[in-house]
Write a protein that binds this ligand. Sequence first.
Ligand SMILES: CC(=O)SCCNC(=O)CCNC(=O)[C@H](O)C(C)(C)COP(=O)(O)OP(=O)(O)OC[C@H]1O[C@@H](n2cnc3c(N)ncnc32)[C@H](O)[C@@H]1OP(=O)(O)O
Ligand SMILES: CC(=O)C(=O)O
Length: 520
Amino acid sequence: MSQKTVSIYDTTLRDGTQGTGISFSVLDKIRVAQRLDAFGIDYIEGGWPGSNPRDAAFFEEAAKQEWKHAKIAAFGMTRRGRISVEEDSQVRMLLAAETPVVTIVGKTWPLHVTEVFGVCLEENLAMIADTVKYLKAHGREVFYDAEHFFDSYREDPAYSLATIKAAKDAGADLVILCDTNGGSLPGFVGEVTRTAVAHLGASVGIHTHNDSGLGVANALAAVEAGASQVQGTINGYGERVGNCNLVSVIPTLQLKYNIPVVPDLTQMREVSVFVDELANVPHDIRAPYVGAAAFTHKGGLHVHAVQKLARTYEHIDPSLVGNRQTIVVSDMSGQTNVLMRAKALGFELEKGSAQVSEILTKIKAAENEGYEFEAAEGSFNLLIRKALGLYRPLFELKEYHCNYRNLGTNGSDLCEATVKLIVGGVPEYTVAEGDGPVNALDAALRKALRPFYPWIDTLRLTDYKVRIVDGARGTAARTRVLIESTDGNTNWGTVGVSDNIIQASWEALVDSYEFFSAGR
Ligand SMILES: CC(=O)SCCNC(=O)CCNC(=O)[C@H](O)C(C)(C)COP(=O)(O)OP(=O)(O)OC[C@H]1O[C@@H](n2cnc3c(N)ncnc32)[C@H](O)[C@@H]1OP(=O)(O)O
Ligand SMILES: CC(=O)C(=O)O
């Protein structure tokens, strides 16, 4: 039996940008397309040339590029009703984009044809056929997106099939069945796809939306029923809740269906993060296959098993998609969590030792107070050092003080902090101003420490997150502060918890300096 082939058609730059909050500059679009080309995506839909100047500029730029693998597609719609295809400026713009592939969307659902377009059903068939023929006559590879195919099929199967037959008979290279409203179920998508393939005597493509959370499942059901192209977007961006997520589809096809779709799947995570970066969207830690949590083990029983045999709790080897296994420590940890996490930080501990049980007890007590060490490896490192007797404080705190003055309409706000410390036996008393109390405190602390620890200025705080937690205290809420720091090469997190936001920030701040100092 010959191997099944499935091509991947990426519409991140068109349907993806129809998602709320997703926008790319022309340069971003070119960079995304180049990255997808290098990854081995077969078709890249760059936008709609007749829609806006940005998409038109993308196609001008794309025409100058050399694409290694991908074919660039321009997207548009069938000619409008009651005018000839030659008269339709939208269709002319599709040719002007000078892409090897043109994809046109047309109506399948009589509801849209008569109620929205206001043309008769025969005219819609003519609009589809005329446009496909015209584009084929101009030498393009033509894909026909049958909008609302599944919704339409539910109401009027005969007319739905007639629309795709019109496209196929006019010369469309591929008809793509679209679950435009994202409401269909996998069993139905599979059954209708099989019928469409039999009716056309040719394979089809599938384009699904994720409105029921089934975008990927529906695309896979269509592949099982004979679809040979999957359309979707990186990270599932798209109109409303999004499109079929190619970041789930590609590894699933390759690893679970044994259908090769890209030459180097280990780039999958990096591609996903890259596109999120350019779209300025935080990477979803829970993204299947590629999220930071996708192979993160927290429960003690899980960690105990995976360190013996990873596949006990991992559906694939994370390195196949460029991801990695992570072990976190929490109040759900057992000794193995501590051993593995400590090992990653460079400490060799022994299972059953007094030190490991001390660390575990401290973690559970601290988490009960509202601490979280999952993203605070700096504070976790210090906790281990304390248990091992390796901890060296940077200073002895005598007092710190912070105040905030609002000067009303006469001037801007003022934050001032003072710190009194003993550093290496020397008393230090400094004062500094800042944009806010934590910023002022950080400035005063740096000022006091700088003469003793000149490295202090190589360290920067990059993120500051505040969360109200109730921990063990029921109604008395506490504040947890998570600080992220960097020295330009490495990033680390530290955590502080207190009834008072300033004290929680102080703890996280001091942990950050002490962790950095300990690693030097
Ligand atoms: C399912 C999908 O995702 S399809 C892609 C949807 N994406 C977008 O709409 C984004 C890009 N769109 C745009 O920039 C604009 O809507 C344009 C440039 C395409 C059209 O703009 P306008 O000419 O101002 O029309 P407007 O957006 O108000 O209405 C759509 C028009 O297209 C017609 N139309 C809609 N689908 C089709 C189609 N498949 N074939 C032909 N005409 C169509 C509508 O009937 C309407 O025409 P009418 O005003 O003569 O009734
Ligand atoms: C074509 C398209 O984007 C859709 O039907 O959803």
